[in-house]
Design a protein around this ligand. Structure first.
Ligand SMILES: Nc1nc2c(ncn2[C@@H]2O[C@H](COP(=O)(O)OP(=O)(O)OP(=O)(O)O)[C@@H](O)[C@H]2O)c(=O)[nH]1
Length: 320
């Protein structure tokens, strides 16, 4: 099927019509049909396709008696994203070239489209689009974006347990802190450290220790809400920030966690490994400027819990 260019009277860039003559029209036809890009022309008002080069017809088929949205899309009316209104100025004159990118829903490929209003052979203004396939570039951009996102996620995740790592804790913790300070809402911090964990490694091996850490992280993960921030701070130390929680609620949470840990069925290569933990709890005070202020108080409470015999919760309330 061949679509011939109507006898060409092409506008030059400066708007002056250039009479190309019959021979040149055939030459232009040859050039357009050998372009590695879609070229089509449609009527602004009716959306009838007036011209499409060979590249376009090979992909989207016959244009005769059809509208752009019937050929290039699978639509039942003008496309939501039609750019026609951008191509003419309020005074009706051409507005220049509009460049955009989109994914065609029929062939699923990405195109960079250059649209403009031009004078057609009969003098009316029509839509000209030149679209170049940029799928490979888009796919490369997408895989780069995915790799970047994966690297970003990895940089915030503790590899062993899948919990937030220390870095992520400071990130989400900073946000929770400013939120609590701005809206004057409660915020509690629980620091948790496994007891005699060195013995687990020494008795059952490092892999067994890893298994315990994963199990405990799973317990923690199962208890927190989306709005909380749970993290493995390093080694066998974990932190849990609880927005909207007061000291009593935080203590109850820590005690529930301790009970879960004491009752945990952790089995490694047939050996049951007992676990316990000590907890330090504190809440946000008016004078707290940084997350570290809360962490210092919670750490003191945690050391106190260790000193008092471990496997318990200690609360360190800020001075009134
Ligand atoms: N398996 C394993 N062990 C770790 C990891 N990170 C730190 N550890 C070990 O955790 C142990 C921590 O020992 P300590 O700091 O003495 O603490 P503890 O034995 O729990 O004693 P207390 O905290 O005083 O109750 C060390 O043996 C570290 O090697 C890890 O990712 N995997």
């Amino acid at each position: 099927m061949e679509t011939r260019i109507p006898s060409l009277n092409l506008p030059a860039r400066n708007g002056q019509a250039v009479d190309t003559g019959a021979t040149s029209a055939a030459g232009m036809q040859a050039i357009l049909d050998n372009l590695d890009a879609l070229v089509y022309v449609s009527d602004f008002d009716t959306h009838d396709l007036l011209y499409m080069n060979d590249y376009g017809r090979r992909i989207w088929g016959d244009i005769r008696g059809r509208k752009c949205w019937q050929v290039l899309q699978d639509g039942d009316g003008p496309c939501d994203f039609c750019t026609n209104h951008l191509l003419r100025k309020p005074d009706g004159l051409p507005a220049g070239t509009h460049v955009w990118e989109f994914q065609n829903q029929l062939d699923k490929r990405w195109y960079q489209c250059r649209d403009q209003a031009i004078h057609w052979t009969d003098g009316r203004l029509v839509r000209l689009e030149i679209a170049t396939d940029i799928t490979e570039r888009k796919e490369m951009e997408l895989s780069l974006k995915q790799a970047h996102e994966a690297a970003h996620k990895a940089s915030l995740t503790d590899q062993l347990t899948g919990l937030n790592n220390r870095r992520a804790f400071f990130h989400c913790g900073g946000q929770l802190l400013s939120q609590a300070q701005r809206y004057k809402t409660p915020l509690a911090l629980i620091m948790m450290d496994l007891d005699f964990f060195k013995q687990v490694n020494d008795t059952h091996g490092h892999e067994a220790g890893d298994e315990v850490l994963k199990h405990i992280a799973g317990l923690l993960h199962g208890r927190v809400r989306d709005s909380d921030c749970a993290a493995r701070m390093g080694g066998e130390e974990f932190a849990l920030l609880l927005p909207e929680a007061d000291a009593l609620q935080a203590r109850e949470m820590a005690e529930r966690l301790l009970k879960l840990i004491l009752g945990a069925e952790i089995v490694y290569r047939g050996h049951k490994i007992p676990a316990s933990a000590s907890f330090g709890v504190t809440v946000l005070a008016d004078g707290d400027q940084r997350l570290e202020d809360l962490m210092l108080r919670a750490d003191r409470a945690l050391y106190r819990a260790k000193d008092l015999g471990r496997s318990q919760v200690n609360v360190n309330l800020p001075d009134a």
